[in-house]
Design a protein around this ligand. Structure first.
Ligand code: ZN
Length: 155
């Protein structure tokens, strides 16, 4: 009886270890050298920079990430060909909100044609943490919304 119980408990503990390992993988627990980046992401999630509606925006792009429920509207204000201001509004996970917030800062002062040289890899570098394959849509949502904004203007 007790042995059966212990056997069951032992199996159960192994399963718990597996579950914990899966949990750790799912939530992107990262090496210590990424901890500062992670804190920055969480800080931007709590207190996002440039998160506001822009009523006089020249370019507007929307992005929806159905898998995570993230939604973003990306605004760009132009001064000639230069981006004089950028902002976003939306709801979603920390990675989606932080990456959109970082992107608004990154593109201010750039010319619109310079936006084309920004690649997904730049977004990952900006975030500074390992992005699991199923979180790429979160990380790139602001970037996609920005590209939609630029394309909508180009037609
Ligand atoms: Zn997300």
């Amino acid at each position: 009886m007790l042995k059966t119980f212990l056997d069951r408990l032992s199996v159960s503990l192994q399963q718990q270890v597996i579950i914990v390992n899966i949990y750790v993988l799912m939530y992107d627990l990262v090496p210590m050298d990424e901890e500062l980046y992670r804190q920055n992401i969480l800080e931007l999630y709590r207190h996002p920079r440039n998160k506001s509606e822009m009523v006089d925006a020249d370019l507007i792009g929307k992005g929806i990430n159905a898998s995570c429920g993230d939604r973003i509207v990306f605004y760009i204000k132009l001064d000639g060909d230069k981006i004089s201001d950028a902002s976003f509004i939306g709801d979603g996970c920390a990675i989606s909100m932080a990456s959109a917030s970082m992107l608004t800062d990154k593109i201010k002062g750039l010319a619109t044609n310079e936006l084309r040289s920004i690649a997904p890899g730049d977004i990952y570098n900006m975030l500074g943490v390992k992005i699991n394959p199923w979180r790429t849509n979160c990380a790139l949502l602001g970037y996609e919304a920005m590209n939609k904004a630029v394309k909508a203007n180009a037609k």
